[in-house]
Each structure stands twice: as structure tokens, then as C-alpha cells.
Design a protein around this ligand. Structure first.
Ligand code: AHM
Ligand code: MG
Length: 359
């Protein structure tokens, strides 16, 4: 039987960590608790989706398709509603919305902005594969009372906190506020996230590499060579890594965080800027990776140093053990000069607030 006195809820953990900071207002504890509460509701719905599917088939065609779409929207709404009235946020931005989402005018605003991908990898729900929620919290930097695009388009280096929730064989919330990465597992019997992984560090020895090999046709030379290197083909004596790919970023990242390895979704001939989104997916993961002793790059440099220029900006993504990610950068530098020039045009676009706000 577990010792009840050592049960550490997410709320208690964040509060106790905050006590080290005399100026801490408790806002953080509450924000993470609000996100955790939304995560519990989303977990309940995603695990019910399978049952809804079986029941739904008997009733109408394509019910599950609709259900799945609804789950995306449900998760989006859930996170928004859990955070819109607290007075802690000045605005929000979600992968599901084109523009930033304002806090309703009748509610107070606060010192932070929240960016989130409510249900990442949602196409995996209908095959009972893990999905996740990704979140990132920035301090508000604009001068008005309400948050603006300027608050959202900050480099990952400035993040106040970030994390994800994985809805898998169990539901886990993993977060960092810049003092290590901590994981909490939902105990459904008591409805609480309990500390299960304190100070997660990526193992120094990598086990896995993760990528969509179905895109190999479109890969540049540097990426092809890099993956052969990961497989131990192009360097005699180098141990081969095993390949694992789920197609849900949160699940792929989570596994590699705990087992060591590298995840890559590169830019290629078909999609030079890659698929994943800087603000809703990559910044948070890069922040967590760094806190856990890893590194994330867009193939040219550190994701955390990228100055975003667009809410839905995409970027190639390499994340994992530093030496593996740096090897990708080296291969790209050596072989993919043309791609670098093309991608740089997009990557280094300037963010001009007056133009973006007016559009
Ligand atoms: P989504 O935001 O539309 O769910 O797409 C993001 C997902 C990631 O979770 C995952 O890493 C990637 O897309 C998988 O893409 P692919 O199916 O092309 O391998
Ligand atoms: Mg996504």
C-alpha cells in the first residue's frame, strides 16, 4: 500500500516549488491546476471515444468521424473555458484558431498568455493510439491590458512554462517551469495527477530514432545520410538505433524523453518548411528537451532562439539527445545548402507588428 503522506499532487508540488521564490504569487500553481483539470476532462472523453465508436456504429454511419472532429473541438473549448475567466491570462492562442483568442471583455485579464494544441495527433484516436495536449505559457510583454500578437510571437527561450499531457495507457502530465521536467500520472480512482517522475533527464545513451520513413522519397541528401548514420549503416562500429514512430508527437517525444533518442520531422522537397508548428508544438517540446538535458533544432539552429513571425508558422524539427541533433545539423550543413537557402527565406521573415495586426 502506498504511503498517503508521500502522495504529491501536481498542485502541491508546484506550490511547494514556488515557496522557493519569495515573489511568487501562486498564479502559476493555479494555471497549471486549471490546465490539469481541463486535461482530466479531455482524458475522460478520449478514453470514451472507443466506446462511443462501438455504440455509434449501430446508430448511424460515420458517427466516429464526427465524434473525432468533435473531440478536437471539445478539447479546444475545454482548455479555453477553463482559463478564460481566471484573471490570470491576457489572451490565448490555439492550433484550432486562425487568430489569437481574446479573453471575454467581462472577465479580468492577467500577466500571462497561453498557447496550446488541444489534441495533437487526433487522427490516431480512431485506432486507439495515444494522443496529447501541448501547452506553452509566456509572460505578457505588450503594454495594454489585453494580450496581443506580440505576446504570442516570442522566442521559446522566453517561455515561463510549457508541458504536455499524454493520453495513453495512463494519462500523464509533464511540465517544466524552467527548473527541471516533472511528470505526474493521473490516478483515475482519486481523480488526481500524482508525482510519478521527478526531475526527468533524458538518458545519455540513446535507444530510438523516430521519423516518418514514408516521406523518404522527398528527403534531401543530408537527411538520407543522417538516417543511415542513425541506423549504423554509414559508420562502421556505430551501434544502430531502433526505429519507433507513432505519428503522435507527444507520444513519440515522451518515449524518447524517457528512453533517449531523436525525433525528426525534417523539411523536404515537398514541404520545405516541415510540418510541425513552432508555437503550438515545437517551442514547448524544445523547452522541455533542454530542461531534460536534450536539444531541439530546426536543422539550422536552436528552436528556442527562433523569432516567430506567424502564429501558425511551421518548422523542421529535430529533438533529442544533443549529439544526435547536432549530427543532423552537421549533415544538413554539409549536403543541403540549397534547401537551407530556401528555408531561411521563410524562417528569417521579419515579424512586423503593424503589418500583422492590421491584416
Ligand atoms: P496534427 O496537429 O494535425 O495532429 O499533426 C501533428 C502530428 C504530430 O503529432 C505528429 O508528429 C505528426 O503530425 C505526424 O505526421 P505524419 O503523419 O505526417 O507522420
Ligand atoms: Mg498538432
Amino acid at each position: 500500500m502506498s504511503d498517503q503522506s508521500t502522495l504529491m499532487t501536481i498542485e502541491r508540488y508546484v506550490r511547494e516549488c514556488q515557496e522557493d521564490f519569495p515573489d511568487a504569487s501562486g498564479t502559476f500553481t493555479h494555471m497549471l491546476y486549471d490546465i490539469a483539470l481541463a486535461a482530466k476532462l479531455i482524458a475522460r472523453e478520449t478514453t470514451r471515444a472507443g466506446i462511443a465508436n462501438i455504440l455509434g456504429e449501430a446508430q448511424a454511419e460515420n458517427v466516429y468521424g464526427e465524434r473525432q472532429q468533435k473531440l478536437d473541438l471539445y478539447a479546444d473549448e475545454c482548455i479555453f473555458k477553463m482559463n478564460d475567466h481566471t484573471g490570470r491570462l491576457a489572451a490565448m492562442a490555439s492550433e484550432e484558431h486562425e487568430e489569437i483568442i481574446a479573453i471575454p471583455p467581462h472577465f479580468d485579464t492577467g500577466k500571462y498568455v497561453l498557447l496550446y494544441d488541444p489534441l495533437d495527433g487526433s487522427s490516431n484516436i480512431d485506432v486507439n493510439v495515444s494522443v496529447g495536449t501541448i501547452f506553452a505559457i509566456h509572460r505578457k510583454i505588450s503594454s495594454g491590458e489585453r494580450g496581443t500578437l506580440e505576446d504570442m510571437l516570442q522566442p521559446g527561450r522566453h517561455l515561463a512554462a510549457a508541458g504536455y499531457v499524454i493520453y495513453g495507457s495512463s494519462t500523464m502530465m509533464v511540465y517544466s517551469s524552467g527548473r527541471g521536467v516533472h511528470g505526474f500520472t493521473l490516478d483515475p480512482s482519486v481523480g488526481e495527477f500524482l508525482l510519478s517522475h521527478e526531475i526527468i533527464q533524458m538518458p545519455r545513451r540513446a535507444t530510438y530514432y523516430s521519423c516518418n520513413h514514408g516521406n523518404e522519397l522527398h528527403w534531401m541528401e543530408g537527411i538520407r545520410r543522417y538516417v543511415r548514420w542513425l541506423q549504423g549503416i554509414d559508420e562502421a562500429g556505430r551501434p544502430a538505433l531502433s526505429h519507433r514512430y507513432i505519428g503522435s508527437l507527444v507520444a513519440d517525444f515522451h518515449r524518447n524523453l524517457l528512453r533517449g533518442g531523436v525525433f525528426l520531422y525534417p523539411g523536404d522537397r515537398k514541404t520545405p518548411n516541415g510540418k510541425l508548428r513552432l508555437l503550438y508544438e515545437c517551442q514547448a517540446m524544445a523547452f522541455l528537451a533542454e530542461q531534460a538535458g536534450g536539444y531541439a533544432s530546426d536543422g539550422i539552429g536552436d528552436i528556442l532562439d527562433l523569432q516567430p513571425h506567424d502564429l501558425h508558422q511551421r518548422n523542421p524539427f529535430f529533438v533529442g539527445n544533443p549529439e544526435l541533433v547536432q549530427k543532423a545539423e552537421a549533415m544538413i550543413r554539409a549536403y543541403d545548402g540549397e534547401w537551407i537557402a530556401e528555408y531561411r527565406n521563410y524562417r528569417d521573415r521579419h515579424y512586423r507588428p503593424e503589418v500583422v495586426v492590421a491584416s
